[in-house]
Design a protein around this ligand. Structure first.
Ligand code: FES
Length: 137
């Protein structure tokens, strides 16, 4: 059975092959959805708590279950059409997932659209850096 390591949570779980990443995280008590608008560094406890109630039920619509697959992307299904729409094709009315995708094209997924076929390492609630590292310098 594939192993999923959640880096920030320092937790490793075994999942059935082909399992849905978000469903398995939920079963393990890990909330992969970021905040209201999708902005969360994963540290702010209030914002992260709110996020438990402000997302779609895993339909690929809200874009808040963004994660970074730091290792083992080859052990997941290809980007689904819903992910392509959320990240690349439809920045309106919600530009946040598209902005978050920039610079993370090789590692960002929607957890609710990700099937686990082998071992992976996942970073939850990746920070949103809209302006880049040197915007104010
Ligand atoms: S839970 Fe809404 S897009 Fe994944």
């Amino acid at each position: 059975m594939p192993l999923v390591k959640f880096i920030k949570e320092n937790k490793e779980i075994e999942v059935p092959e082909g399992a849905n990443l978000r469903d398995e995280a939920n079963k393990a008590g890990i909330n992969l959805n970021c905040a209201l608008s999708g902005i969360s560094d994963g540290v702010d406890q209030l914002v992260h708590a709110i996020s438990k109630f402000t997302h779609c039920p895993g339909w690929g619509l809200c874009g808040t279950c963004r994660v970074l697959v730091k290792k083992g992307m080859e052990n997941t299904n290809p980007l689904t059409t819903k992910e392509q729409v959320k990240f690349k094709w439809l920045p309106v009315p919600d530009p946040i997932p598209s902005l978050a995708f920039i610079g993370h094209e090789d590692e960002m997924r929607l957890a609710c659209q990700t099937r686990v076929m082998g071992d992976i390492e996942v970073e939850s609630a990746p920070p949103l850096n809209v302006f880049g590292e040197n915007f104010f310098s």
